[in-house]
Design a protein around this ligand. Structure first.
Ligand SMILES: [Zn+2]
Length: 104
């Protein structure tokens, strides 16, 4: 099974959301089970988690490109005063050349 660039980018974003939920899920799990950590340990984990989160978001700027024109598939190329930025979800159609990203 060959995944399209759109599917890959979408799954990557699902993974990112799972990563964002992870500390909250762990906090609930530890609280429910009476597991305690000291603050220094928790702050270090939080810093590590945040660096991972930044890495996730920087990597997606390089990993998912339009096969036709190499533009990032999260990027809206259409000139706009305020919102000419990276979108949270990948575009199905390239905003520069119109290539269909859902094609495998
Ligand atoms: Zn393109």
């Amino acid at each position: 099974m060959k995944l399209s660039v759109y599917k890959k980018a979408f799954l990557y974003q699902v993974l990112t959301i799972a990563y964002m939920i992870l500390p909250f899920a762990l906090a609930v799990f530890f609280t429910e089970n009476g597991i305690r950590f000291n603050n220094e340990w928790l702050i270090s984990l939080g810093v590590l988690w945040f660096l991972g989160f930044v890495a996730f978001n920087i990597l997606r700027l390089f990993l998912f490109k339009c096969p036709e024109c190499d533009l990032n598939i999260f990027y809206n190329y259409t000139p706009h005063l305020l919102f000419n930025v990276f979108h949270n979800l990948p575009y199905k159609k390239c905003t520069k050349c119109g290539y269909d990203h859902t094609k495998a």
